[in-house]
Design a protein around this ligand. Structure first.
Ligand SMILES: Nc1ncnc2c1ncn2[C@@H]1O[C@H](COP(=O)(O)OP(=O)(O)O)[C@@H](O)[C@H]1O
Ligand SMILES: [Mg+2]
Length: 252
């Protein structure tokens, strides 16, 4: 589904991502772990088109996307969530989900005068789909609430709901479990499993090892911009290099 080859992203000569290559198979849930500053978020930003790679190639569903703008990558079905959720706080939860589909008829000024019926029909369908997704995410009761009033964990669920509204093929999740209470974390894990079972491929950055070990296979490990290893959860857990990376490169 995704093929990353010798990817580099440097900031003024500082290599945040250096020579990273890996493959994501369709239908899998892949974990991405590594100490803070390893380059995980920068890798996501580069895959999603926020940054253009300094060098290297990215192919999604067989097509090169490494020079494509974010909106095009998004339209192809590669969608990401943010480490810190970014809803529109003064819009309701439902509105936040409804505005996801790109190119809605009502976005065109004149359509609201001359194609009112088409705009209306599309909005009805969009609302129905958004409500269905909110229901799936257990957020229906909060549909009319301002997004800014949600707890951190609920905002994480909303991030996921918004990603689903984009009919994604691949979702990049940046720390979906960070700052989430244990009950909600369980919910998020269940939802991720179910989303994957419906055919969506997932790549998950997460520090919570319980989530990584139960959901993800394979697991990729990054340290200092590089891919240190790829393996099964059991292989990664017992690899001395991984412990070493988390301890800051001190010889074990
Ligand atoms: N926009 C940027 N400009 C300069 N340096 C950056 C930028 N974004 C990230 N970095 C640096 O790149 C490294 C990797 O950061 P990041 O990708 O956020 O790591 P992680 O998500 O694994 O914690 C860090 O040293 C960070 O300071
Ligand atoms: Mg990060």
């Amino acid at each position: 589904m995704l093929e990353v080859s010798h990817l580099c992203k440097a900031f003024r000569g500082f290599k945040a991502v250096e020579d990273v290559s890996f493959l994501l198979r369709a239908g899998t849930i892949t974990g991405l772990i590594g100490p803070n500053g390893a380059g995980k978020t920068t890798l996501f930003d580069t895959l999603a088109g926020r940054y253009r790679p300094t060098s290297g190639e990215i192919s999604f569903l067989g097509r090169r996307i490494d020079t494509a703008p974010p909106y095009r990558i998004f339209r192809e079905g590669l969608v990401r969530t943010f480490q810190i959720p970014r809803p529109f706080p003064a819009m309701t939860v439902l509105e936040n989900v409804m505005l996801v589909p790109a190119g809605q008829a009502g976005e065109r000024f004149w359509n609201n005068w001359f194609s009112r019926r088409a705009v209306r029909m599309e909005e009805v369908a969009c609302r129905a789909q958004a409500l269905e997704i909110l229901n799936f995410m257990d957020l229906s009761t909060l549909a009319g609430e301002f997004a800014g009033n949600l707890s951190g964990g609920q905002q994480k669920l909303l991030e996921l709901a918004r990603a689903l509204m984009a009919s994604p093929r691949l979702i990049l999740l940046d720390e979906p479990g960070a700052g989430v209470n244990p009950t909600l974390l369980g919910t998020i894990m269940d939802k991720l499993r179910e989303i994957n079972a419906r055919g969506v491929t997932l790549l998950i950055i997460e520090h919570n090892m319980d989530l990584i070990m139960t959901l993800c296979n394979p697991v990729l490990v990054m340290a200092q911009g590089r891919l240190l290893l790829e393996g099964t959860p059991a292989q990664v857990r017992s690899d001395a290099r991984v412990l070493d990376a988390y301890l800051g490169g001190v010889p074990a």
